[in-house]
Design a protein around this ligand. Structure first.
Ligand code: R5P
Length: 284
């Protein structure tokens, strides 16, 4: 078996390699002067089961994905397991307006071509699994996040919107604390309005869990409100830390602790999903 790591998934790939003892293959990724991707595999993969780890965000990763799969297929590999720790475009999982594509569906269809199995982590909508044309598995990272949340001994769990309510409920159960849910109205890509209802957070340590943090708008708004209501400490954990633009500095103004898994590598990737991936690979 061999692991091929996408250039932006080295932390997770190395952790997986360490846990499983499966070596990382020697590869080369670079860009041509016009920005086009160049990939090369520098070893023979004949008779290997190959695990390829690559997110579908940003867009340039999607091109690399197809190039790597083609490069792998020139060898007589036994199988290709595609690990997509963060499946980008998952939020466009329906036609919100006439004339739009179902981005998650078209991506799932094409990513399935020429691979034997897909492993991903916390899809924005688990129903997306049915759009992959090969056996596909979703790892849920809530239990891993819960262990890390426990270090900060939160008094209650907050879901920033109705979409995250099941996640917040599960975290609350796992750490044996109550939970509440806010309601969110999105104004634009970076701004949201949050409605809290009648809640008492005075002097409390609040845990906020979300599947992803992108611009940080959702969490920044929720944590501002919570601090204004007297919360003493805000601890935020998410599965996918995209942290686009100045999201981290925006969040650090009110959030005391912030962490994510290593599905997307960033300075907050303290919780690893490598063990869960290893378990699924062993089952193959
Ligand atoms: C929304 O449905 C998601 O669960 C996240 O709350 C949202 O995508 C986060 O985006 P942002 O950080 O840009 O507010």
């Amino acid at each position: 078996m061999k692991i091929i790591s996408g250039p932006k998934s080295l932390m997770l790939s190395s952790r997986l390699s360490e846990i499983t003892g499966i070596p990382l293959a020697h590869t080369e990724f670079k860009r041509f002067p016009d920005g086009e991707a160049y990939v090369r595999i520098h070893e023979n993969l004949d008779n290997e089961d190959v695990i390829f780890i690559q997110n579908t965000h940003p867009d340039s990763n999607i091109i690399e994905y197809f190039l790597v799969i083609d490069a792998i297929r020139q060898y007589k590999v036994k199988s290709i397991i595609s690990v997509i720790p963060y499946f980008g475009y998952a939020r466009q999982d329906k036609r919100f307006n006439e004339g739009e594509p179902i981005s998650a569906k078209i991506l799932a269809k094409h990513l399935s071509e020429d691979v034997d199995k897909i492993i991903t982590v916390n899809l924005h909508n688990p129903d997306i699994l049915k759009w992959f044309n090969v056996p596909s598995y979703e790892i849920r990272a809530e239990k891993l996040l819960a262990k890390y949340f426990e270090k900060f001994n939160p008094d209650l769990v907050v879901s920033p919107d109705k979409g995250s309510i099941e996640r917040a409920k599960l975290l609350a159960e796992l750490i044996n604390r109550p939970y509440i849910s806010f309601e969110k109205k999105r104004i634009d890509a970076e701004h949201v309005e949050i409605f809290t209802g009648d809640v008492d957070v005075l002097g409390k340590t609040v845990a906020i869990i979300d599947d992803m943090i992108s611009t940080g708008g959702t969490i920044a708004t929720a944590s501002n409100i919570l601090k204004n209501m007297g919360a003493s400490k805000i601890v935020v954990g998410c599965v996918h830390g995209l942290f686009v633009g100045n999201a981290l500095s925006r969040l650090q103004a009110t959030v005391d602790i912030i962490f994510s898994t290593d599905t997307i590598e960033n300075e907050k990737s303290v919780v690893t999903v490598a063990d869960e991936i290893a378990k699924l690979i062993k089952m193959s």
